[in-house]
Design a protein. Structure first.
Lengths: 391, 354
């Protein structure tokens, strides 16, 4: 082994922990969640013989005796209760009534003596209908797009065509982007002047301004959100102050609505806007504004033509940061918002912890990730295009 | 006639610190005036007040007789070249130079014409589309200069514009600036802490010390006839002797430096006998001779030689005095330890009141 190869190897060893960390805590969970979103093993696990038999069925007439026998054989085999329950739930979501049909069938099949043929159609006429068999066939493949389709309010009908589904996912997704955009714009509107004042000031004033931004960052998100509950509620400090000085005669509704969510999220996310702008401003030479002024620019034009274009990278990365973080917000809308202000994270949490539907949780996460990456690419394209300022 | 620029009893204080102290300065039109001094002497503050970035605490600044201390900097029409050029990093060279024209509402075609002409004048026409970061220091310097000149300012202010350049480029730019000043008839106020720069370029030099002007004079005047000890020591190198005027005759003073040495010096100011005085003699005015001549001659021993290329710095000691002489190499110099006479003419001696 040559010395250069050895040094390359030791360099690789040095960064190996980083790669391991990334793989374990970032790539693996991400891939798992994405895989969960598109795999569909529940029915297949419980009915393995049926899965093989029904795969080649053309979907025209009622399946052959062989397929029916495979199903009977599968149902005879005692399976784990939990897995069977999952499979039933899965099938019932395809065609309602599958639960009772399957319950009846299982009871009948298991009561029949071993080796005796069971005629399914005779047992229940519904086995003579194609749509139950179709549902069975549809839920067999290892990979499925139903979670992804459901995440954007679509489903496949019995014929396999993509049709609209009744659900609020699109609305909630749109709401998530709307709230995030509002918060980003507000953060930019407050953060840009704030960072400029902080960068222009010196000594204790600058330290105080930075501390006011950093202190919330060091405080628990839950505590900050709870503090906003105290401030915003009807008997809270803000309404108390407003009624005392007589601006309003009865408390204005600031909590459990969109206003409260946007106010609290803007406050919580402001540091992510201020800090990138501030650091960019520190790199702008101090004499550029006097130079612009000496060349005949009023303060406003010097700001517009010189300081603002130079601040733009900070503003862009701050906006991106705030927007991305806002997309995933969960606690603040949950505590301060009403039912109409819940964001996509609460839906994901509902599927993940409420109904243990990891497939849907993963699919919603995947859609969110895809849209976010798409926005990021658009942003990257926009921010790379040259800014024409001046002549 | 009122002076073109007049600092009338201007004081600038930051807190309790008087950075510019009750200063009076008149600048003529078309003049190249250098503000020279150590850092913190108030020269940059004075320039910033003229550009409109600082306001005088007291006093008035007049341009062509009109007070301008309340005029915002963007209306003063002064071209400023900053120490680190202050080029706009997000604009190309052409956009930088076009900026003052854009601010003045000059039409597009006219802007392009003027920018092209101005950049061609400093031989940067081919770099129009570059960003400042892609230029060398000297090129950035020329862009900054072009940007400050393209709108035909009434005055050009420069704050140590050559400080960041290496020595050769600096000397080249000094000559280029001087040429430009002559060609365009500009009024230039040039801040520097480099005395050779000030001596090379200026019509007049204002030497600053602690917020005051120690001496305002032509380069020759300030070098040959320093009026204070600070000026004598700041500009170039000098030998200073403390003494007392013993007698005055025919415009020449006899000064007793110590019991063994009496020197003669020109006394144009008519300083009376008995006054304590300083005598300044530039090292290059001191000659080494084997015999005493008609002028001042001090018997000394050569204590050291320092070779400097074009001359030799010779350290001399004797009669309780020590002095430095710059001797041309061709003049034969005795070895270290040998005796000689350090000779200098009374006309080369400047009397300074301490």
């Amino acid at each position: 082994m040559g010395p250069s190869a050895r040094s390359r190897l030791s360099a690789m060893l040095l960064v190996a922990p980083l790669f391991a960390f990334l793989a374990i805590f970032f790539i693996w969970p991400l891939v798992t969640m994405m895989a969960v979103a598109v795999t569909d093993g529940t029915v297949r696990v419980v009915l393995p013989q049926t899965a093989t038999a029904i795969a080649s069925w053309d979907g025209q007439a009622v399946p052959s005796k062989a397929v029916q026998d495979a199903l009977v054989a599968d149902l005879r085999t005692p399976s784990e209760q939990l897995a069977f329950g999952d499979a039933v739930r899965r099938l019932n979501s395809e065609v309602s009534g599958f639960r009772t049909l399957l319950g009846r069938t299982v009871t009948a099949v298991r009561q029949a003596p071993a080796g005796q043929q069971v005629d399914l159609v005779a047992l229940d006429p519904r086995w003579g209908e194609n749509n139950f068999w179709l549902a069975l066939q549809r839920s067999m493949p290892r990979y499925t797009d139903r979670n992804l389709l459901a995440a954007i309010d679509l489903k496949r009908d019995t014929a396999g065509a993509v049709v609209a589904d009744v659900s609020a996912n699109r609305t909630i997704m749109l709401r998530t982007f709307t709230i995030s955009l509002m918060v980003t714009l507000l953060c930019a509107a407050i953060g840009l002047p704030y960072a400029m004042i902080a960068a222009a000031s010196t000594g204790w004033v600058r330290n105080l301004l930075l501390l006011a931004v950093l202190l919330p960052l060091w405080t628990s998100l839950l505590v900050r959100t709870a503090a906003w509950v105290i401030l915003l509620q009807n008997e809270g400090l803000i309404n108390g102050f407003l009624t005392t000085i007589g601006i309003v005669d009865k408390p204005i509704q600031l909590i459990f609505n969109r206003t409260g969510v946007v106010i609290a999220m803007t406050h919580v996310l402001l540091p992510f806007m201020v800090l990138p702008i501030y650091s960019v401003l520190l790199g702008v030479p101090r004499n550029l504004m006097p130079a612009a002024s000496s060349l005949g620019a009023t303060q406003w034009r010097a700001f517009r033509h010189v300081l603002l274009p130079l601040t733009l990278p900070g503003l862009m990365s701050g906006s991106l940061l705030v927007f991305m973080v806002a997309l995933g917000y969960y606690i603040t809308p949950a505590l301060i918002g009403g039912a109409e202000d819940q964001m996509i994270s609460s839906v994901i949490a509902f599927f993940a912890t409420g109904t243990a539907n990891w497939g849907m949780a993963g699919a919603l996460g995947l859609i969110l990730l895809t849209v976010t990456i798409a926005l990021y690419l658009v942003y990257g394209r926009l921010s790379r295009s040259p800014q024409m300022v001046g002549a | 006639m009122a002076p073109f620029i007049h600092f009338d009893q201007v004081t600038k204080s930051f807190g309790s610190l008087r950075v510019v102290d009750n200063l009076d300065l008149r600048v003529e039109k078309g003049e190249f005036l250098s503000l020279l001094g150590p850092s913190g002497s108030g020269k940059t503050t004075l320039l910033m007040m003229l550009a409109g970035f600082e306001n005088p605490s007291q006093g008035s600044i007049r341009l062509d007789g009109t007070p301008i201390e309340n005029m915002p900097s963007h209306r003063r029409n002064m071209g400023v070249v900053f120490q680190n050029y202050a080029l706009f990093p997000h604009m190309t060279v052409a956009e930088n130079v076009a900026f003052p024209l854009l601010m003045r509402g000059v039409g597009k075609a006219e802007t392009v014409r003027q920018v092209t002409r101005a950049l061609d004048m400093v031989r940067l026409g081919h770099l129009k589309e570059r960003r400042p970061a892609q230029l060398s220091g000297g090129q950035q310097q020329r862009v900054a200069l072009t940007r400050a000149l393209v709108f035909e300012p009434t005055v050009v202010l420069m704050d140590e514009p050559l400080g960041a350049l290496d020595k050769q480029l600096r000397e080249h730019m000094q000559l280029e600036l001087r040429d430009l000043h002559r060609k365009l008839g500009l009024t230039v106020i040039f801040v520097t802490h480099d005395q050779s720069e000030a001596l090379t370029m200026s019509d007049r030099i204002a030497l600053f010390n602690a917020g005051r002007i120690e001496q305002l004079d032509t380069p020759e005047g300030i070098y040959d006839r320093p009026r204070t000890r600070f000026v004598a020591e700041f500009i170039g190198e000098t030998n200073l002797f403390e003494g007392v005027v013993r007698s005055v005759a025919n415009g020449t003073a006899e000064v007793s430096v110590n019991p063994r040495v009496t020197l003669r010096a020109e006394n144009p100011a008519g300083i009376a006998a008995g006054a304590p005085i300083l005598i300044s003699v530039r090292p290059e005015r001191v000659h080494l001779q084997t015999e005493a001549g008609a002028g001042n001659a001090v018997p000394v021993t050569i204590s050291d030689h320092v070779y400097q290329g074009d001359h030799v710095r010779t350290h001399l000691a004797g009669q309780d005095l020590s002095l430095v002489a710059k001797i041309e190499r061709r003049a034969g110099i005795g070895p270290i330890g040998s005796a000689a006479f350090a000779c200098f003419d009374p006309t080369e001696c400047t009397l300074i009141e301490p």
